[in-house]
Write a protein that binds this ligand. Structure first.
Ligand SMILES: *Cc1c(COP(=O)(O)O)cnc(C)c1O
Length: 374
């Protein structure tokens, strides 16, 4: 079976974990965590980067920093992972689901303004497949309505919008290093703090609501409970693994892009023949080849293709069940109008295997897909 995903190891992960062990510091915020923070800050230009256990944890921190309260509304797409909504629902917010664009499958920025009410506190754009949302329009709407923008950039590391790294355009941004993403540590994530006024409080929230970071910098003479918070920081073993991945981030991205291009070039004739639709990446968005998806004509067609590929030892998978249709989302969220594009995309989208090493199987995948569709 050709798997849908296979985590890539650079080869230096275990060596760095051995060093973390030898350093004798295994809790969070040791040398390897500092290395990861420096890489993120240098690479993206964000004011402050903080490693977390996951993108989910980074989004939860963002919801606390945004001071989300019971009954506040947060605007987001329905076509996303549950954590985008849950991080805010945990603080009592109502997720307000807006439809997506049929080209990039990102939140349709032209629908956001009409979804805003007196209770709206934040907009959470999700950069699907590492392709940027229309951030200029979103930031302009947020500024005019005094809202915060929290980027769910779980899939967006190494991608840019008009030259700016994803995760650095909103007030806050969240990355994921889950093993299904491009740069990994098994489970892992980071919060990017782009607005200075959140830096100090973010450190406190991440350290169980204490001013421990200030204590270690010598800014206060004892550390104590100063705010709400939790334990959001990963240990050094995770950071050691992640720093090996970060050193290879450029190479990993280039190799993924080559695989993506190969799919795109060889499947384009099928698009021209009306058999499928390939992804759309706007000129001003540099993507990171997080995902290669195709759009088929119908749910039935997609089921047929999945079955066919499985019978030929290829594991291709669909993606999100829209949150507004989910059991919990129906009860606790609100849809802004009908979401026809979301419904259509969730029925018709199919993701092809994309991982470092799939090159050896790519011709087979393309051939079987062509056999099935022609
Ligand atoms: C993967 C993903 C998440 C969750 O990331 P974790 O690190 O597993 O918490 C959140 N949002 C989106 C859009 C994702 O793709």
């Amino acid at each position: 079976m050709i798997p849908f995903n296979k985590p890539y190891m650079t080869g230096r992960e275990l060596w760095y974990i051995a060093q973390a062990h030898a350093n004798g510091h295994l809790a969070g915020d040791g040398l390897f965590t500092k290395k990861c923070h420096a890489w993120l800050e240098n690479h993206t230009g964000t004011k402050k980067a903080l490693l977390t256990h996951s993108c989910t944890a980074a989004l939860e921190m963002a919801a606390i920093l945004a001071e989300i309260k019971q009954g506040d509304e947060v605007i987001m797409p329905s076509y996303t992972f549950v954590s985008t909504a849950n991080a805010f629902v945990l603080r009592g917010a109502v997720p307000v689901f807006v439809d997506i664009r049929p080209d990039t499958l990102n939140i349709d920025e032209s629908l956001i303004e009409s979804a805003i009410t007196a209770r709206t506190k934040a907009i959470v754009p999700v950069h699907y497949a590492g392709v940027a949302c229309e951030m200029d329009t979103i930031m302009d709407i947020a500024q005019r309505h005094n809202l915060l923008v929290i980027e769910d950039a779980a899939q967006g590391i190494m991608s840019t919008y008009k030259g700016k790294p994803l995760g650095t355009i909103g007030h806050l941004g969240a990355y994921s290093f889950h093993e299904t993403k491009n740069i990994i540590s098994g489970e892992g994530g980071a919060l990017l703090i782009n607005d200075e006024r959140f830096v100090e409080r973010a450190e406190i929230i991440r350290e169980k609501g204490t001013n421990r970071s200030q204590f270690f910098r010598g800014q206060v003479d004892k550390y104590t409970w100063t705010d709400i918070g939790s334990s959001y920081l990963p240990g050094e073993v995770i950071a050691a693994f992640l720093s090996a991945q970060m050193e290879e981030a450029e190479n990993i991205t280039q190799r993924r892009l080559a695989i993506w291009q190969q799919y795109n070039e060889t499947l384009m004739p099928l698009e021209q023949a009306g058999k499928l639709r390939c992804p759309r990446v706007p000129e001003h968005c540099q993507h990171n080849a997080h995902m290669y998806y195709i759009l088929l004509d119908s749910l039935a067609k997609r089921a047929e293709v999945i079955t066919y590929l499985k019978a030929h030892d290829i594991n291709a998978v669909f993606h999100y069940v829209p949150l507004h249709n989910s059991t919990y989302g129906q009860q606790h969220g609100r849809s802004h109008g009908d979401l026809p594009v979301t419904a259509m995309i969730s029925d018709c989208l199919l993701r092809l295997p994309l991982w470092l090493g799939v090159e050896a199987h790519q011709q087979k995948i393309i051939t079987e897909l062509t056999n099935c569709l022609l």
